[in-house]
Design a protein. Structure first.
Length: 401
């Protein structure tokens, strides 16, 4: 794949029109946190029939599973083509990357985990409402004292008591945490073994369960249109029907699969930020004048624009490669996804910072949108694994060959 098809471009233009009408006018209230993003995202899904595509794909898949047929490996949980999935991500990230974070966690991580590990009954109960955006999902793995050591440092526990599990612990930096209806929660089985040797369990929890507290949105540097919060569990009782199938290391493996999905998706998010920063910078370089000429005539400004374009081409190629892999039914390895995220996240952050520099004092002002995009882009180097964690996964893969 070397460029978008005519059909892809038609979808892109339609999505752009919807964003111009629905998202841009609400950007200030999204940034302030006054407007949660979920009704806007539901509107996107309904406008383009993505909810019905997800429902149809889901019903087809569940029917096959109930007949005993394994789901096809290349099938996407939400249905639709890879391009149809990527294009809204890219276009939304040009305006409000936080919307994609909120959407991606509910669909790709929360619903994705249930679709990979759940029974048909669990999928119908919890995954379908997430895939159609009827409900909001959260994926809870990060803890205050674990960070990048997500598994080894995990302190949340589930203890078997009769036919139930009693869950205790806390999670932080949880996207959609304050508003989530459905929470995929990772913890360790409290069976007396050393904490680092314990089995990872995955439960599906619902808002309002006794002992479950969801914090108000946390204040953060960027991605203001994506609510982030904390979860506190005090003797939350969960029946076996809420436990996703795990096996000895299933919980850990399902989390790793989600890391692949999340990290590969960052490349599309980064492309949106890069494209918008480049567009705004070119426009500004053509219109802003100093010393009697437009600043675009100065070679230092031209160098900045040229480097932005190189970054755009490189990240676009990573996105196109990912789309081709999906079409071929192949998922990237953890190392490949980490490489995509590492490069794309750094490129987006560097391009956004250069855009701020190109705009000068105006670039530091909120009314010139590169300020917001620079704050948002920095998050790409931190969430879904820091740059440093991506390096370790890439290097380990290389050294193991």
């Amino acid at each position: 794949m070397i460029e978008w098809s005519d059909e892809d471009l038609m979808i892109r233009d339609a999505v752009r029109g919807w964003i111009d009408a629905e998202v841009r006018p609400n950007l200030d209230v999204l940034e302030s946190g006054e407007l949660p993003p979920y009704d806007l995202l539901r509107g996107l899904y309904k406008t383009f029939g993505m909810d019905e595509m997800a429902r149809s794909s889901f019903q087809s898949r569940i029917a096959k599973e109930k007949e005993g047929a394994a789901a096809e490996g290349g099938e996407r949980p939400g249905g639709g083509s890879a391009a149809m999935t990527m294009i809204p991500v890219i276009e939304l990230c040009k305006v409000a990357p936080g919307l994609v974070s909120a959407m991606g966690v509910g669909l790709g991580l929360a619903a994705g985990t249930i679709m990979k590990r759940g029974t048909p009954e669990q999928k119908e109960r919890w995954a379908l409402p997430l895939l159609t955006m009827e409900k909001v999902g959260a994926w809870a793995i990060t803890e205050p004292n674990s960070g990048s050591d997500a598994f080894g440092g995990m302190q949340a526990t589930a203890k078997k008591v009769g036919d139930e599990y009693v869950i205790n612990g806390s999670k932080t930096f949880i996207t959609n945490g304050p508003y989530a209806d459905t929470i995929v929660f990772y913890c360790k089985l409290d069976d007396g073994r050393d904490a680092r040797d314990r089995e990872i369990l995955t439960f599906v929890l619902d808002r309002g369960m006794d002992g479950l507290e969801q914090s108000k949105p946390l204040r953060k540097m960027g991605l203001h249109s994506s609510p982030t919060g904390e979860l506190f569990l005090n003797d939350v009782r969960a029946g076996a029907d809420r436990l996703l199938s795990s096996g000895s290391q299933g919980g850990k493996e399902s989390a790793k699969q989600n890391f692949v999905t999340e990290r590969a998706g960052v490349a599309a998010m980064a492309l949106g930020v890069i494209e918008e920063c480049l567009k705004l910078s070119v426009e500004y370089a053509k219109t802003r004048e100093l010393w009697g000429q437009r600043i675009g005539d100065f070679q230092l400004i031209q160098l900045k624009l040229a480097k932005m374009e190189v970054a755009r081409l490189n990240v676009q190629n990573l996105v196109f490669r990912h789309i081709e892999m999906q079409r071929a039914g192949r998922a990237p390895t953890l190392a490949e996804a980490s490489a995509m995220k590492l490069y794309a996240a750094q490129a987006a952050s560097e391009v956004a910072q250069e855009a701020v520099q190109l705009f000068g004092g105006n670039g530091y002002m909120s009314e010139y949108r590169v300020e917001q995009l620079a704050r948002d882009a920095k998050s790409f180097q931190i969430y879904a694994g820091t740059d440093e964690i991506q390096v370790t996964h890439i290097a380990r893969d290389l050294l193991s060959r």
